[in-house]
Structures are given as structure tokens and as C-alpha cells.
Ligand binder design. Structure first.
Ligand code: MF3
Ligand code: CO
Length: 248
């Protein structure tokens, strides 16, 4: 079921989004060769607690951490680890914040030290793809308009949209209807309405469009060792421009 949010709910979700954005900004300052994603995860737990918020992913379907930390060929749901990040890595940190019952979901991909031109271009194209999707998040448009805008841009840049993961509605729980594909046909899919809150979160790779699950039962990787990046924002659909909750 698709829920339309009240003004009160939207305000709570917006507050959660601002806090999440500020947390991502702090993480960006911490990223350098030598730091571990477990240190980042611990930082997030403390940062959220200090601001009266909780990490919604922890405990979700048995997931143990505040963040997902997905490295290089890992597309999503990677565990934080004690392995130091090194020059040339790219790492996606994804989290869901619960502040007074309002939820926000956002992922950023960070580059570590000196990285290849291809990796930098992948990260830049991923963020731009997210913005192209957000532009389409207008009442009257359909979910396919978002997917089409993202896919046509990404494929024009000669990267791949990874098909196995989607954006989603978000509200009292992390995942609600509708599903937001990051590929598809303009004019198809669910019609968007004022008051809907959705995530848009394109997953890109330099190669494969499909993923395989690791033996840990969570981490998803591309099978061809290509690099993966993802950016995600939580968006409120309004009569005017879409509001990105997850920017500071
Ligand atoms: N934040 C993710 C999303 O974008 C969900 C994470 S799955 C979890 O939908 F199990 F790690 F919580
Ligand atoms: Co997320």
C-alpha cells in the first residue's frame, strides 16, 4: 500500500534526513587510507545516540550493524569490517536513521586516497544519475520516468545500472510501496502523488548488471570484479520541486 504522509510525518522525516546528512558529512571527513569501516560504524552509532536517534538497520532482519559498508565490487549490504581502507578503494556507506519515529535513508560512495579516473567518473556519474532521477519525482509522473531518466543517462556514459536493487517508499517502516526501478520506460509504472516519500538510489557498476550473494548471506557483489557505486536520497514529492530530506 502506498501511504501519503501528513505534514507532521513529513516534518519528522525531514528532521531525520538532516541529521543523516550531517552524519554522512562527518564520515566524509574521516575517510582516508587506514581507517576501517568498523570504526565508521562505531562513529555512526555514537553520533546518532548523541543526537537522540537510532540506526534503523541494526536488528532489521537480523542485520547487526548501524551501517552497510560495501567496498569496490560489493554493490550493497556489506558488513563493516576491521580491514583498513586503502588508496584507490571506493566504499559505499548506507544507513537509515530513526529520529523520533521519522525515518530517512541515504547512501554515499566515498573515494579513498588516490583513485583511478574510471572510479572517479563512476562515482560522479552515480551522483548525477540520482539527480536525474530526482528531477522526475513530480506529481503526475510515473515511476518509469525516474527509471528511464537514470538508465538512459547511465548507459550513455557507458556504465551499467545494476538491476537487483531498487528504491522504495519509506514511512513508518524502511521499505514501503512503491518500488522504484532505476531502469525502465518513460510513462510506465505507478503514478507519483504529492505526499509520497520515496528513496531513489541508483546502483551502478563499470560492468555487470547482476549480482551474486556472498557466503555471509548478506553482501552482494558483481560477478566480474567491476567497481560499484551508489548514492541514495530520501525524497518528498510535493506540488513544487521534490524535497531532498537527506541533505543538510
Ligand atoms: N538502506 C537500505 C535501503 O536503501 C536497506 C538496508 S538493508 C539492511 O533500502 F538490512 F541493511 F538494513
Ligand atoms: Co539505504
Amino acid at each position: 500500500m502506498i501511504t501519503l504522509k501528513s505534514e507532521r510525518e513529513i516534518n519528522l522525516m525531514h528532521e531525520a534526513g538532516k541529521l543523516l546528512a550531517s552524519c554522512h558529512k562527518e564520515i566524509a571527513k574521516m575517510i582516508k587510507p587506514g581507517i576501517t569501516t568498523m570504526q565508521i560504524d562505531k562513529f555512526v552509532e555514537e553520533y546518532l545516540a548523541k543526537h537522540g536517534a537510532t540506526p534503523e538497520q541494526k536488528g532489521y532482519k537480523g542485520y547487526q550493524y548501524a551501517t552497510c559498508a560495501s567496498l569496490n565490487d560489493e554493490i550493497c549490504h556489506g558488513f563493516p569490517t576491521n580491514k583498513p581502507l586503502k588508496d584507490g578503494d571506493i566504499v559505499t556507506i548506507d544507513m537509515v536513521v530513526n529520529l523520533n519515529g521519522g525515518l530517512a535513508d541515504s547512501a554515499w560512495t566515498h573515494t579513498v586516497g588516490d583513485i583511478s579516473d574510471e572510479a572517479q567518473r563512476l562515482v560522479d556519474v552515480t551522483y548525477e544519475a540520482l539527480l536525474k532521477g530526482i528531477e522526475q519525482a513530480q506529481p503526475g509522473n510515473r515511476t518509469g520516468d525516474i527509471g528511464h531518466a537514470i538508465q538512459s543517462y547511465v548507459e550513455g556514459e557507458k556504465f551499467s545500472v545494476v538491476r537487483d536493487f531498487t528504491g522504495h517508499g519509506i514511512g513508518n517502516t524502511m521499505h514501503e510501496a512503491p518500488t522504484i526501478l532505476h531502469y525502465g520506460k518513460a510513462g510506465k509504472g505507478t503514478r507519483l502523488k504529492e505526499g509520497m516519500v520515496i528513496t531513489i538510489e541508483p546502483f551502478l557498476s563499470t560492468g555487470a548488471e547482476y549480482t551474486v550473494e556472498s557466503s555471509d548471506g548478506w553482501t552482494l557483489c558483481v560477478p566480474d570484479n567491476s567497481l560499484c557505486a551508489q548514492y541514495e536520497h530520501t525524497i518528498i514529492i510535493t506540488r513544487d520541486q521534490p524535497i531532498i530530506t537527506t541533505i543538510a
